[in-house]
Design a protein around this ligand. Structure first.
Ligand SMILES: Nc1ncnc2c1ncn2[C@@H]1O[C@H](COP(=O)(O)OP(=O)(O)OP(=O)(O)O)[C@@H](O)[C@H]1O
Ligand SMILES: [Mg+2]
Length: 262
């Protein structure tokens, strides 16, 4: 989507003046960050810039020390992670948030397990139902998982990403956040994860993607937000960006935060 449609649209996610402190360290300093419907936003920055902290404030893992975060018109600043997920934000980490010893079906339903009555009265998880439903969700993605009975431990990084994304699609996430989704993947799997990001966008689901891989983000992102030492240093649409510029914002050679003195 192009940037000039933004003026007529409300952002689905809006973080305003978000602060986060860890003891004496300012991890986030009055961060303003928006996501508009249907766009892929790349969140960039050097190690320790505050990217994961911002994501964790959005997903409910951390409570912001200042500022507000609204999603879909409601204040989510003080919600716990499960409530944020129920509101429609699915956060995907490389290793986190999936249960290694459960199969694919159970992972798609993690925390929302379907049960049935065994012998008429004993509640048990309905594994066949969950696998069948998970299979439909996985089929929408271009990733082969030999058996949905496979435990997560036996899957590759790319297959795990697919399970997490299948989960997001199945529960009709309204925003998907991916923190370093391709970092530990081989090249073919990186390609597939990027294809899944596009698929989400094509289905109208906005995505925030954190990556140190410039090539990856240049391929999929509609907008680039660069953080520098806890502040937003640049916010640029893809039409106005080059990898040289992005690197210069990341390194702190130029940018809004640099001009205002970080
Ligand atoms: N739980 C914590 N306790 C104390 N300090 C923290 C905590 N989490 C993050 N920090 C600090 O906050 C700053 C921002 O960290 P954050 O993890 O957000 O960086 P990042 O941009 O995600 O970096 P990377 O690219 O290396 O993942 C860093 O200085 C980090 O050391
Ligand atoms: Mg991080």
């Amino acid at each position: 989507m192009s940037i000039h449609t933004h003026s007529t649209q409300e952002p689905i996610l809006r973080a305003s003046h978000v602060d986060k402190f860890f003891g004496g360290l300012t991890a986030l300093d009055k961060v303003d960050f928006e996501v508009y419907p249907g766009e892929v936003v790349a969140l960039l920055g050097d190690n320790g810039a505050g990217k994961s902290t911002l994501i964790k404030c959005i997903s409910g893992v951390y409570k912001p020390d200042g500022g507000t975060i609204t999603f879909d018109g409601k204040d989510i600043s003080h919600l716990a992670p499960a409530a944020v997920r129920d509101a429609g934000i699915e956060t995907i980490y490389q290793d986190l948030a999936l249960a290694e010893n459960l199969d694919v079906g159970a992972n798609v339903f993690l925390g929302k397990e379907k049960t049935k009555r065994f012998a008429g009265f004993i509640p048990v998880t309905d594994d066949d139902y969950m696998r069948a439903e998970a299979s439909k969700a996985v089929k929408r993605l271009d990733i082969v998982i030999p058996s949905l009975k496979q435990k997560l431990v036996s899957l590759s990084g790319g297959q795990r990403q697919a399970v997490a994304i299948a989960r997001a699609l199945y529960w009709q996430a309204k925003l998907v956040i991916m923190d370093e989704p391709t970092a530990a993947l081989g090249v073919p799997e990186q390609r597939k994860v990027l294809a899944m990001v596009r698929l989400l966008r094509d289905q109208g689901v906005p995505v925030i993607i954190i990556s140190h891989n410039m090539q990856d983000v240049l391929e999929v992102a509609d907008r680039f937000v660069v953080m520098l030492r806890g502040k937003v240093n640049a916010n640029v649409p893809r039409e106005q960006v080059s990898s040289e510029k992005l690197i210069s914002y990341i390194m702190g050679a130029e940018g809004d935060a640099v001009r205002n003195g970080v």
